[in-house]
Write a protein that binds this ligand. Sequence first.
Ligand code: 9MR
Length: 452
Amino acid sequence: MRSLRTGFRGTGLSLAAVVTGAALLLTAPVAHAADTPLRDLAAAKGKVIGTAVTGSKLTGSYGDIAGAQFNSLTPGNAMKWGSVEPTQGSFNWTEADQIVAFAQAHNQQVRGHTLAWHSQNPSWLTNGTWTSAQLSTLLQNHINTEVGRYKGKIAAWDVVNEPFNEDGTYRSTLWYNGLGANYIANALTWARAADPAAKLYINDYNVEGVNAKSTALYNLVKSLKAAGVPIDGVGLQAHLILGQVPATLQQNIQRFADLGVDVAITELDVRMALPADSTKLAQQAADYKAVLAACVAVTRCVNVTVWGFTDSDSWVPSTFPGYGAATPYDENYAPKPAYYAIAEALGGGTTTPPTGACTATYAVGSQWNTGFTGQVTIACSGASLSSWHANWTFGAGQQVTQAWNAICTQSGTAVSCANASYNGSVPDGGSVSFGFNGSWSGSNPVPTVTLG
Ligand code: 9MR
């Protein structure tokens, strides 16, 4: 973290600067959560709203938001086999226990994730040479141990994760190759025995719309039901791309519901090419709203879970370089348009961000081959501030090197600027500005500034 002190610009840089950029303006309303938390809105609709979480982060703003806004938590990684049994016979339940305890303290459900998967398994398991009988015993013992440990504390388990290929054939995995497709029925049966109260799910991605993969899942669920295998629900992960909510989402949810199982949207996120801008964020809001609306429209769609609620805790940027901003809160925990869209789809009344309040305007002034000056103006109309933080995320590796009339810190791409001692007050109808020198290369896109 770099700390950049307030001060007057002492260099002659701007004199030598070549003005290449016209002032670019973007405004953003003051960060302001919905008046009614998402979990209360969801409950009023008979739904559950969840988020994936990282146990070690459940303090401070992250913990506050996770506890206040959501009534279901899914451990993002903590309950995976590789996490809980890194060495055969030696268990580590620390993070999983922590998340369950947090959920209980906040009156939240827990979705257990996940028991039979091809990924994030311990190396002793994947590197071992096992007979079918041994493999079957390993899986049964794993399910007994983990489901048994949390018996009565888990609302739903993703028992089987990602069993299908895109064309609807079974994925070639440790389990399928060693045990055949029957591993699915067995895993469900063992899970039921270990915790009869938990709802048992099969979970997969790219099964949100009607397609070959979701039809294979549909046919599997139908045959499991016919055979009396315990299956209570399907999880549609919903790792979506901006503007690409499948048109058949609601129809697909409905056809599973009609089979007599529940449906959950288990890992919702909507990724976009970075940097985010107001147009993309508006599209993302529409996408989130469409997903929530499809779930709200089908009685048996019981839960929508986002795969991380803040952009600072999302798997997307590391897996899809150049993509991100996929969750409803930005990296500084300011709610994004997607947040308000979720609230609206859940029937929230006064959930749109306030207009006629205080806005932040970011402008690129001078720009030369390696540097630029930026100016942020905070203006209030119909509202006032006694202190402020202006936050943004640089989209192309820019760095703030010196700021004046604000105290700016930059951590990675995230910049946060607090008022100086003398300019925290912004009266109704008034404005304050601060400036900074920055470095850039390649491109210098304008970020969206939020006020906190
Ligand atoms: O969010 C998880 C990330 O931290 C892990 O690195 C990744 C490894 O595969 O798994 C992520 O979660 C996955 C989930 O368990 C199953 N569906 C896809 C999710 C995103 O990869």
